[in-house]
Design a protein around this ligand. Structure first.
Ligand SMILES: [Zn+2]
Length: 163
């Protein structure tokens, strides 16, 4: 998934672009290897799981809350719910996130910008009437799907119409 920050368009989630110094911490390497083993990125697996449960949603759907350009991994347009699958390294997950020692200036600034943008995006989306669900990429796909299901369950089209 393309990872862009700052003024660039795009989404908030884990990238595997090759134009950055290699993150070499063991935890990150482990997560990346695990992802490779399944043959699919976490967001792809999650979309597949939700789709097989009958959920319908958009991917690569660009939203522009408060002038920001955001492409969540999953967008439930009618229910106004978005899901981001956040990469453990890029979004500094409490379990696997690390602040690399090598190229500290580069990484420190980059990761801090990522986190700041995540929070900006969360606020902008919430203020525009979207519910934001963030899932760490290390969360097993069935747990992630269950969490999303739980968030979607109380909202039905009927209640949306009558409210
Ligand atoms: Zn993690």
């Amino acid at each position: 998934m393309a990872r862009k920050v700052g003024s660039s368009p795009g989404c908030v989630v884990a990238g595997r672009r090759l134009d950055y110094p290699s993150p070499t911490t063991p935890a990150v390497t482990r997560v990346m290897k695990a992802n490779r083993k399944t043959g699919s990125k976490p967001e792809v697996l999650l979309r597949r799981a939700l789709h097989s449960e009958g959920f319908r949603f958009r991917k690569n759907f660009e939203l522009r809350p408060r002038g920001l350009r955001v492409k969540p991994d999953i967008v439930f347009t009618r229910r106004r719910v978005v899901v981001f699958v956040d990469g453990c390294f890029w979004h500094v997950c409490p379990e696997h996130g690390t602040w690399p020692r090598a190229n500290q200036g580069y990484w420190g600034a980059k990761l801090r910008r990522n986190i700041e943008r995540d929070r900006l995006v969360d606020v902008a989306l919430a203020e525009s009437g979207w519910r934001v669900i963030r899932v760490w990429e290390h969360v097993p796909v069935h747990d992630a799907a269950a969490a999303i299901r739980a968030q979607l369950a109380p909202i039905t089209l009927d209640s949306a119409r009558t409210s």
